[in-house]
Design a protein. Structure first.
Length: 685
């Protein structure tokens, strides 16, 4: 029969399995390219829409940045330190100081105070500004002894104000730190200065209270004079007392003896005046020598010694004057003693009165001398303490001045504003253009990403090469962009099926059965009928069987597949417009449903119809929707899986193992309505 020529087998040997279809090896790049296949036009169209839209959005959301710059310069305390070659340690110390200043400018306290100043000055722009934001927006670089500050802002004035606030904060905190360091060193000296000044004021007040209208020299002079007065009064008292005793003891003594005694006393007073004159000459000699030694060197100590010598000379001269007065007094006393006896009682009374008067004057002089001596000693002590306090106060003030002078040089250098913050006139960066280009690129990238995402998430087959992983079980025999009714595609498929080797030898006289099915929902009638017509055109007696239980009944009513399953006689109808083509329609409606079909019924029906034809083409319907389709495939020689790019990949892959096991000689896949981008379209048509 013709069936033997249609599908041949290797006699006596196990039939060969059709080799797997070779295609591109799966790799990540190939997967991405396959996902984008057929989507480039849509991606380009979407890019043309999204690109300009995002570019416009980027341009309108962009902004211009203005840059302001300020420069701080750190000067060294020592001259020519930057050009020193002898002592590198000094230069390293200064370099470390510059680094420390640059770090201090960027420190948190400086930034925090700058934020406070900006918030007070520009609440509209700095109302929500944080310390970290300001620190991140200002660039601080160090170049040798220069500290360069740069910042950017959308508003030119605000960029300059940020640097102004930062520099003002830095200088203010630096000044506060300097004041703190100064106060630590000067606080004790200032307290000591205040204590010494208060003590000096109290001592001067005590000096006025003790001295009154007299100074130390005046008190000393007055005390010396008072001592001399006491001596004079004491001598006079003793003379008057001696005279009184003489008069009382020798009331009748001759005047000659009295005259001798007065002459003796006058001689003693004259000798005392000679001693005083000698002492006066000695003091004048010492004074002259002292003046010669201190010539040209006037100071307070010399003046005090000179005044003391002059006062001693004045006291000696006063004593000499008193001695002269005593000599005169002796003369008067002698005159008294030479008086007549008749007046002796009155003379004694007068001498006693003089003695009492001299005694009162002597006691008064002694009290005054003691008071002057006390005041002189107290005033001398006070003046010594004043001198000591003044000396300590001067030393303390000199120490304060030294600290103040050395404080400016306590650090290796000092920082000044070399270049104040500039007010930018032109923007240094225009983000509108960058964002516009980025928006254009982002739109294109987003379109491609969306297309790629859709491709990677695609659940349909779309391309025949998707079946490469299962090619060893189900080979793709044809990929065509024609539809199911295309005769040329049907002829090509017929040739492929005739060249397919059988895994099992066929019996002579039994027509090969080719069953057409789908893995997903859909009909196979048009596909199977076109294939049957192709076999009929090849002058083969062909039977087309519509074995899809779910199909409507035949019109006009005639015996069909359902009737054949129910046991009716086989009565195929000949198709008039095709020579050698016979058709068995679906049959009577309601006679047999999908749940009532068994494998024995299907196998018996196929055996009956395969004995009178060269080839039998069965439209089995969807293997997923019909239970009877599996019975048809198990009773067929070759199964043909009709695929469409819109079929779900999961459904196809889920039926691959079953399709390979059900037909006697395996199954093949055929893709119709292939997409233009399918790479197997050119080699499988």
């Amino acid at each position: 029969m013709v069936a033997a020529a249609t599908i041949h087998a290797d006699d006596g040997h196990e039939p060969d399995i059709a080799p797997a279809v070779e295609g591109p090896q799966p790799n990540p790049i190939a997967t991405l390219v396959r996902a984008m296949r057929g989507r480039w036009k849509g991606a380009f169209a979407l890019a043309l829409v999204l690109g300009p839209a995002l570019a416009g959005a980027g341009y309108f959301t962009g902004f211009q940045l203005y840059e302001s710059q300020a420069i701080l310069r750190v000067y060294p305390q020592e001259s020519n330190i930057l050009y020193a070659t002898g002592d590198d340690s000094v230069l390293k110390t200064f370099d470390s100081f510059v680094k420390a200043e640059a770090t201090y400018v960027a420190s948190h306290p400086v930034m925090a105070q700058a934020v406070q100043e900006l918030t007070a000055a520009r609440p509209d722009l700095a109302g929500t500004l944080k310390t970290s934001d300001l620190s991140g927006s200002i660039e601080i670089k160090r170049s040798d002894s220069l500290i360069v500050l740069k910042t950017r802002s959308r508003e030119p004035a605000f960029a300059s104000q940020k640097l102004d606030a930062l520099i003002a904060s830095y200088l203010a905190l630096k000044s506060q730190a300097e004041e703190i360091r100064t106060s630590v060193r000067l606080s004790e000296l200032r307290a000591r200065e205040g204590e010494l000044a208060a003590r000096l004021s109290a001592l001067r007040s005590d000096q006025f209270d003790v001295g009154g209208e007299f100074g130390l020299n005046a008190l000393a002079k007055a005390h010396v004079e008072k001592i001399a007065q006491i001596d004079v009064l004491a001598s006079r008292k003793s003379e008057v007392a001696a005279t009184l005793v003489t008069l009382e003891a020798n009331n009748g003594m001759s005047s000659a003896d009295t005259s001798n005694r007065e002459i003796l006393r006058a001689t003693l007073l004259d000798r005392a005046m000679a001693d005083l004159n000698f002492e006066r000459a000695r003091l004048m000699s010492e004074l002259a020598g002292m003046r010669a030694d201190y010539s040209g060197h006037e100071n307070l100590r010399f003046q005090r010694k000179e005044r003391a010598k002059l006062e001693e000379l004045a006291v000696i001269e006063k004593a000499m004057a008193d001695r002269r007065e005593q000599i005169n007094l002796l003369g008067q006393t002698g005159a008294l003693t030479d008086a007549s006896d008749s007046g002796s009682e009155s003379t004694l009374a007068e001498i006693k009165s003089v003695l009492e008067k001299v005694d009162v004057q002597l006691e008064t002089a002694r009290r005054e001398a003691r008071d002057l001596n006390r005041r002189r000693i107290e005033l001398d002590r006070i003046e010594n303490e004043i001198d000591e306090a003044e000396t300590l106060l001067q030393e303390t003030r000199r120490a304060l001045e030294v600290i103040r002078l050395e404080f400016g040089r306590a650090l290796p250098g000092y920082a000044v504003v070399m270049s104040p913050p500039s007010l930018p006139a032109e923007p240094v960066e225009d983000t509108r253009k960058i964002l516009m280009v980025a928006g254009m690129a982002g739109g294109a990238g987003l379109a491609i990403a969306l297309a790629l995402g859709l491709g990677l998430a695609e659940r349909r087959i779309r391309f025949a090469e998707t079946l490469v992983p299962v090619g060893h079980r189900l080979s793709v025999q044809q990929v065509s962009d024609a539809d199911d009714n295309d005769p040329h595609a049907a002829d090509l498929l017929r040739n492929e099926l005739q060249l397919k080797s059988l895994r099992k030898p066929r019996l002579v006289g039994i027509a090969p059965v080719i069953a057409v099915t789908r893995a997903g929902p859909g009909e196979t009638t048009d596909f199977a009928r076109a294939l049957a017509r192709s076999f009929a055109r090849a002058r083969m007696k062909t039977l087309f069987v519509d074995a899809d239980i779910g199909k409507p009944p035949c019109h006009p009513a005639q015996t069909g597949w359902r009737d054949l399953l129910a046991g009716a006689a086989f009565q195929p109808g000949k198709i008039e417009d095709a020579d050698g083509l016979w058709e068995l329609c679906a049959g009577t409606d309601g006679l047999m449903d999908d749940h009532a079909v068994s494998a024995l019924m299907v196998r018996g029906a196929i055996d009956r119809i395969s004995q009178s034809f060269d080839v039998v083409i069965v439209s089995a319907g969807s293997i997923r929707e019909r239970l009877s389709t599996q019975f048809v495939l198990s009773s067929s020689d070759v199964g043909v899986l009709a695929l469409d790019p819109s079929d779900m990949r999961a459904a196809v892959f889920g039926q691959i193992d079953r399709l390979d096991a059900l037909p006697r000689n395996g199954s093949v896949a055929v893709m119709r309505n292939a997409l233009p981008g399918d790479p197997w379209l050119a080699v499988r048509t």
